[in-house]
Design a protein around this ligand. Structure first.
Ligand code: BGC
Length: 449
C-alpha cells in the first residue's frame, strides 16, 4: 500500500512511444507500407512535409534507447508493433524479419530489466488493408485477431501486458470524421462504422488472447473530463454529448456492452441501428485498462461544431502546452476516480501522460532545461498518487514520451520527449525532466514532494 508520499510496491514506472512516431525505416526488411506512410507522403497532410521515414531511427537504434532507459531507471517500456512489418499485406503470410525485430526489442528490454507493454495497434494500418476498406470493412475484426494471434504466439510470457488498440476515438475522429489523420476521410457515416469495427476488433483480439495468452490484455483509451462552460441547459447538454462522444463511446461498449444514448443525437441519421446482440458482444473481460490523459475541456453549446455541437472554451487564466492544451492535473485524478465509479474496480495504468513545450532543435551544452514539463509531470504524478490514495488500483504510469518524435500531423514541430532528439544527428540528450523522472522512480514517488 502507498503511504502519503510513495506509490504501491511494484508500481510500474514507464515511458511510451509508438511505432510510426519513432521507428523510421518503414519499408525495411520486407515491411508493407502503412496508411500513415501513404498519408505522410501526400502533400499538405503533415506540417512541414515531415514523414516517419527516419523519425527517431529507433528501428535501428533500439539497443541504444533501451540502454538509455536503463540508465534513467525506467522500469517499463510501452511500444507499439507495426502491423505491416509482421504481415506486409495485413493478412496471410508472416514476414519473419519484421516479427524478429520485435522479438529482439523485447529480449533487449528484458535483459535490461525493463517490462515490455506491447500495443498492437497505434494507428498505422497496413495500406493493403486500407485498400480493402480499412476500419470500414467488417472483416477487419477477424484480420486484427489473426494478427494479434501471431504476436501472442511468439511473445506472450515475455510480454505480459498487451494493449489491443490505442485510442480508438482518435482513429475514428481524426481518421474518418475530421480527416486530420490517416486515412484522412471526412464522414460521420464512416466514423460511426469505424468506431464500431474498432471495438469489434478489440473484442476479437481479447477473445484470441483468452485462447492463446496467459498474462494480461487490455484496451487503451484517451479520456478527457468534459466540464460545462455554464449551468445553462444547452451547455449541460452539449457537455453530455461531448463526454459520450469522446469518453463513453468506447468504454461503455467495451465494459458494459452498450452504447451511450447521446450518440444517436451526435451522429443523427449517420448512427446505425446496431443489433443489440452485436453491441452486447463488444463487451469482453479485460485484465487492465490503459488511460491516456493530457487535458480537460470546458464546453459550450455550438450548433456549428459538427457533429457534436459543443465547442471548447479556452481558459484564459490557465497554463497551456504547445499543443494548446490546458494544464489541468486534477483532471487526471478525477478521470481515474470516474472510471472506478462508473465501471467498477479494474487494474488501471496511465499509459500516456506528458506535454509538448518548446525545446530548442539542438541541445545546448549546458543541457535542456524544461521546467514547464517538470512541473507538468510533478503535478500529474501527484494526481495519480491522490487517485491511488482514494482507492483506485493504478498499477503504473508511462510518460509520453521517451523521445521527441513525429507528432502526427504536427510533424516534428511539437516535442513531447523527456529525452531531447537532435533530428539532424539523432543524438539523444536527457532533459531536466528525464533527470527529475529518474529521481521520482528511484524514490518510488517520494521525490515528488
Ligand atoms: C497518442 C500519441 C500522441 C500523443 C500526443 C496520444 O493521442 O496516443 O501517439 O503523440 O497523444 O498528442
Amino acid at each position: 500500500m502507498a503511504d502519503d508520499t510513495t506509490f504501491p510496491e511494484g508500481f510500474l514506472w514507464g515511458a511510451a512511444t509508438s511505432a510510426y512516431q519513432v521507428e523510421g525505416s518503414p519499408l525495411a526488411d520486407g515491411a508493407g507500407p502503412s496508411n500513415w506512410h501513404r498519408f505522410a507522403h501526400t502533400p499538405g497532410t503533415i506540417r512541414g512535409g515531415d514523414t516517419g521515414d527516419v523519425a527517431c531511427d529507433q528501428y535501428r537504434r533500439y539497443r541504444e534507447d533501451v540502454a538509455l532507459m536503463r540508465r534513467l531507471g525506467i522500469r517499463a517500456y510501452r511500444f507499439s508493433v507495426a502491423w505491416g512489418r509482421v504481415l506486409p499485406e495485413g493478412t496471410g503470410a508472416v514476414n519473419g524479419r519484421g516479427l524478429d525485430h520485435y522479438e529482439r526489442l523485447v529480449d533487449e528490454l528484458l535483459a535490461a530489466g525493463i517490462e515490455p507493454m506491447a500495443t498492437l495497434y497505434h494507428w498505422d494500418l497496413p495500406a493493403a488493408l486500407d485498400d480493402r476498406g480499412g476500419w470500414l470493412n467488417p472483416d477487419i475484426a477477424g484480420w486484427f485477431a489473426d494478427y494479434a494471434r501471431v504476436l501472442y504466439r511468439r511473445l506472450d510470457g515475455r510480454v505480459k501486458l498487451w494493449a489491443t488498440l490505442n485510442e480508438p476515438w482518435v482513429v475514428a475522429d481524426g481518421g474518418y470524421l475530421h480527416g486530420a489523420l490517416a486515412p484522412g476521410h471526412r464522414s460521420a457515416w464512416e466514423a460511426a462504422r469505424a468506431s464500431h469495427h474498432l471495438m469489434r476488433a478489440h473484442a476479437a483480439a481479447v477473445a484470441a488472447y483468452r485462447a492463446e495468452g496467459r498474462h494480461g490484455v487490455g484496451l487503451v483509451v484517451n479520456l478527457e473530463p468534459k466540464h460545462p462552460a455554464s449551468t445553462g441547459p444547452e451547455d449541460l447538454a452539449a457537455t453530455r454529448r461531448a463526454d459520450a462522444y469522446m469518453n463513453r463511446q468506447y468504454l461503455d461498449p467495451a465494459l458494459r456492452g452498450t452504447y451511450p444514448e447521446e450518440l444517436a443525437e451526435v451522429f443523427g441519421e449517420a448512427w446505425p441501428a446496431w443489433p443489440p446482440g452485436e453491441v452486447a458482444a463488444l463487451q469482453a473481460k479485460i485484465d487492465f485498462l490503459g488511460v491516456n490523459y493530457y487535458t480537460r475541456s470546458v464546453n459550450r453549446a455550438d450548433p456549428a461544431a459538427w457533429p457534436v455541437r459543443a465547442s471548447p472554451v479556452r481558459q484564459a487564466q490557465a497554463t497551456h502546452t504547445e499543443t494548446a492544451w490546458e494544464v489541468y492535473p486534477e483532471g487526471l485524478r478525477d478521470t481515474l476516480l470516474w472510471v472506478k465509479q462508473r465501471y467498477g474496480d479494474l487494474p488501471l495504468y496511465v499509459t500516456e501522460n506528458g506535454a509538448a513545450f518548446y525545446d530548442p532543435p539542438q541541445a545546448p551544452p549546458e543541457g535542456v532545461q524544461d521546467p514547464l514539463r517538470v512541473a507538468y509531470l510533478r503535478s500529474h504524478l501527484r494526481a495519480v498518487r491522490e487517485a491511488i490514495a482514494a482507492g483506485c488500483d493504478v498499477r503504473g504510469y508511462f510518460v509520453w514520451s521517451l523521445l521527441d518524435n513525429l507528432e502526427w500531423a504536427h510533424g516534428f514541430s511539437k516535442r513531447f520527449g523527456i529525452v531531447h532528439v537532435n533530428l539532424a544527428t539523432q543524438e539523444r540528450t536527457p532533459k531536466e525532466s528525464a533527470r527529475f523522472y529518474s529521481r521520482v522512480i528511484a524514490s518510488n514517488g517520494e521525490a515528488l514532494g
